[in-house]
Design a protein around this ligand. Structure first.
Ligand SMILES: NC(=O)c1ccc[n+]([C@@H]2O[C@H](COP(=O)([O-])OP(=O)(O)OC[C@H]3O[C@@H](n4cnc5c(N)ncnc54)[C@H](O)[C@@H]3O)[C@@H](O)[C@H]2O)c1
Ligand SMILES: [Zn+2]
Length: 696
């Protein structure tokens, strides 16, 4: 490859990973690997400046804005930070600072680098008015409703002594405990898991449904204060002031005088950060004086007065003792490695503690699927390398072949039969995972189906959560979701079970007391009013997630129409592809499933829907956006919304510069009207709107 091709090739790769990371909240490679690609590109660009591209990822902030939110221009650009993984480069940074400041004395502030997403909050007269993501650094997504779910973020602060308009910035993050809870939930729902808390935070701050964002218990640390005119002299002063005004400033920061002290701070936190309730991926070092920050200035992508030091994920040897094959809710087989420290190789497995890695002892790591076993080429008895991705989830990264001379190793046999029910395993063409096809009798699949059924997004029987389903399942009281509707007070009262958590070794006692039983039965009774689309989702048909279930419910309107639909009828539904259609046809061809649906029908669940599909009347409003406000004569608001959509228009949630029309009824708020006028949005009366759609 010529250097030019190499440069173009790297740019293409980096752009791809950037898109996955910032838009889809997915990391396909580790941060370290990503940063190495970026460094290769930097090196090539400085060696061959003639091939440098003006829009190279070395020259700009990696993120973008999305179509799902209002785009807002930042008053002050939101930049990235230069980063390094080694101390020598940190000393080089210090040299540049010293030269840049011509021998003036200077101080640094060291802070933890929180692993989440960068957010900007604007306050007017002390009131929080806007929250925006970093986006591409110049423009971001306005996610005000979502950031208002952060409990530690003050909606109002004492304005005395502060400018009328100011901005604070911080890192929005998902605490590790929320992250683990969220992933457990995603697993029950059969959805893709988040690889780390950063990706989970990024995905959760950008949800359309703020109520769901609120449930995910996000948080934010504030680390900067920005205004037009200088209020504080230094970063230190602003941190202290932010704290005293009620902002959530992380207490770990420290002022130091020399780069050696910076390095000592880095060492001090390397292990200690693992005990924090959130993920951190390094340290940020900032020149303290604002005056000096201005002297040093910025590059196109980052300030010259700051740098981040990123910790390389700790990687340690471990011994692969055995592999378990777990059966998931939809029958997927996942190999899981049982590990121990090298010094524990000879201990019986129930006495091992595991490898100490990034703050905890690790005994297990997922191996994902059969292909991963082949890719790694590992054998039982091997010495393998383990690290935690995003410092949370342990993963095997490779094998130390040299150790094979010293220890006996044996190949891993991927099972041919389901370890739980003995059925021969299958694998669909083009998929990596093997699965157990016995979905009507395989115990973990049956139990998983019930857990999915009662989930908040399905039948919402939350009173049955946390081990109760397991209890009822194990004593054969509930083997299918339909059994829930036959439960009696007397058969539940007094039941008890101790459940062992294999990871922590702790035992949890589940007991069914009067109040519990009442709650359970009430929850079950209430679930009979849950709409058809939820019931359909609750059945847990493969590939029928919540969105697909809603589409099917709107289109077919009843379970009877759906279960008799042919493959051809199904693929004729917009956005329903062959894979989903096939899965639905197979589902309803299984006698157990037919019986289940009949029993649920008899129990009185909602098996019909009255939701109207959007029938397109015209496209006169195509590409036009609307906000509806106030009261109308001929329509209620839902009708209006339907009308707009039926004619190709789109509804936005708030007035912004991007909006085309504000549809104004009687009694609408003057503030909204005023804002629309200011932004030059066309204001429509009901009559004018009717004329528009009559002209189609
Ligand atoms: N794995 C992948 O596929 C992939 C893809 C793209 C980017 N990345 C990672 O993301 C990095 C680039 O992202 P970036 O531009 O956001 O840089 P960054 O995350 O390395 O550093 C800048 C960010 O740090 C955050 N930050 C946390 N604590 C802070 C504090 N105390 N003070 C100031 N800022 C603080 C801010 O959000 C700021 O925007 C890359 O270096 C790479 O590691 C990974
Ligand atoms: Zn099975």
């Amino acid at each position: 490859m010529t250097p030019e091709q190499q440069i173009l090739d790297l740019i293409q790769k980096i752009n791809y990973y950037n898109d996955r990371y910032y838009q889809d909240s997915v990391s396909e490679i580790s941060d370290f690997e990503f940063d190495q690609l970026l460094n290769q590109l930097k090196a090539l660009e400085s060696q061959y400046p003639e091939f440098r591209q003006s829009d190279s990822p070395t020259q700009r902030v990696g993120g973008t804005v999305t179509k799902s939110f209002n785009t807002v221009y930042h008053r002050y650009p939101m930049l990235s930070l230069d980063n390094t993984y080694n101390e020598q480069e940190l000393r080089n940074f210090d040299d540049r600072v010293r030269k840049g400041l011509n021998g003036e004395a200077y101080e640094y502030i060291c802070e933890l680098k929180f692993d989440g997403i960068s957010l900007s909050f604007t306050y007017e007269n002390g009131v929080l008015v806007r929250g925006v993501t970093r986006g591409d650094g110049t423009r971001g997504d306005e996610i005000t409703n979502n950031i208002k779910t952060i409990r530690t973020l003050p909606l109002r602060v004492k304005a005395a002594g502060l400018p009328e308009l100011f901005e604070v910035r911080g890192e929005g993050f998902m605490p590790i405990s929320s992250f683990q809870k969220l992933n457990e939930e995603m697993e029950t729902l059969g959805e893709n898991l988040y690889a780390n808390p950063r990706n989970a935070a990024s995905g959760s701050f950008k949800l359309q449904d703020s109520a769901e964002t609120a449930r995910r218990a996000l948080d934010c640390y504030i680390y900067s204060f920005i205004t037009d005119n200088e209020v504080f002299k230094s970063h230190e002063e602003s941190l202290l002031e932010l704290k005293s005004r009620g902002f959530n400033v992380s207490p770990g920061w420290r002022k130091v005088q020399t780069i050696d002290e910076v390095i000592a701070y880095i060492h001090a936190w390397e292990e200690k950060r693992m005990t924090l309730p959130l993920a951190t991926d390094g340290i940020v070092i900032k020149v303290n004086s604002f005056e000096q920050q201005r002297e040093l200035g910025f590059t196109a992508k980052s300030p010259r007065w700051a740098i981040s030091f990123k910790y390389k994920a700790e990687n340690k040897p471990a011994v692969l003792r055995s592999v378990n094959f777990q059966v998931g809710r939809i029958g997927t087989i996942t190999p899981v490695a049982n590990l121990c420290a090298e010094s524990e190789r000879m201990l019986p497995y129930n006495q091992v503690r595991g490898v100490h890695l990034s703050g905890t002892y690790v005994k297990r790591a997922t191996l994902h699927n059969a292909n991963e076993l082949i890719r790694l080429g590992i054998r039982i008895g091997d010495t393998v390398f383990v690290e935690k991705s995003g410092e949370i989830i342990p993963k095997i990264t490779g094998v130390d072949i040299t150790q094979r001379e010293n220890f006996l190793t044996v190949p891993i046999d991927f099972p041919v039969n389901c370890p739980e029910c003995g059925s021969p395993l299958q694998r669909n063409e083009g998929e990596v995972a093997f699965f157990c096809p016995n979905d009507s009798h395989c115990p973990p699949q049956l139990k998983g189906r019930i857990e999915h059924f009662i989930h908040r997004k399905a039948m919402n029987i939350e009173s049955l959560g946390e081990g109760k389903v397991e209890t009822l399942f194990d004593i054969n009281l509930v083997r299918t979701p339909a059994d829930l509707y036959d439960l009696k007070y007397e058969s539940l009262l007094g039941l008890e079970k101790n459940i062992l958590n294999e990871e922590t070794g702790k035992i949890k006692k589940i007991s069914f007391r009067e109040k519990t039983v009442e709650n359970i039965l009430n929850g079950i009774a209430l679930s009979k009013t849950v709409p058809f689309k939820n019931v359909l989702f609750a059945l847990g048909i493969r590939f029928v997630g919540a969105t697909v279930a809603e589409k099917l419910a709107v289109y077919f309107k009843s379970i009877d129409a759906l279960r008799t639909a042919s493959y051809d009828q199904l693929v004729a539904v917009p956005e329903i592809g062959g894979r989903i259609a096939q899965s639905i046809v197979s589902y309803f061809s299984v006698p157990e499933n037919q019986l289940l649906v009949e029993r649920l029908q008899r129990a009185g669940l909602q098996m019909e829907s009255d939701e109207k599909p959007v029938v397109l009347e015209s496209n006169v409003l195509e590409g036009k956006t609307f906000v509806i406000s106030g009261v109308f004569e001929n329509f209620d608001r839902d009708d209006l919304k339907d009308k707009i959509e039926a004619n190709g228009g789109r509804i936005l949630s708030g007035v912004s510069g991007k909006l085309n029309y504000l549809l104004a009824g009687a009694n609408m708020g003057p503030a909204k009207l005023e804002k629309a006028r200011k932004l030059g949005v066309t204001i429509l009366a009901e009559e004018e709107f009717l004329a528009m759609i009559r002209n189609k």
